[in-house]
Design a protein. Structure first.
Length: 53
């Protein structure tokens, strides 16, 4: 992530009928799927710069 945060995350859900360990595992998997690698190759706009093509 851009902020390089590596601390704990807190996820809250409002489903009283969901078993809490199932919900925690599902939330964790979803959150980890959003943690994609940072773009180290430069800004998005540089891909359209004629001098860099």
């Amino acid at each position: 992530n851009d902020t390089r945060y590596s601390g704990p995350l807190s996820v809250e859900w409002e489903d009283g009928r969901m078993e809490r360990f199932h919900g925690a595992a599902e939330s964790c998997a979803f959150t980890k799927s959003l943690d994609f690698p940072r773009n180290e190759g430069g800004m998005f706009d540089s891909a359209f710069d004629g001098d860099n093509q």
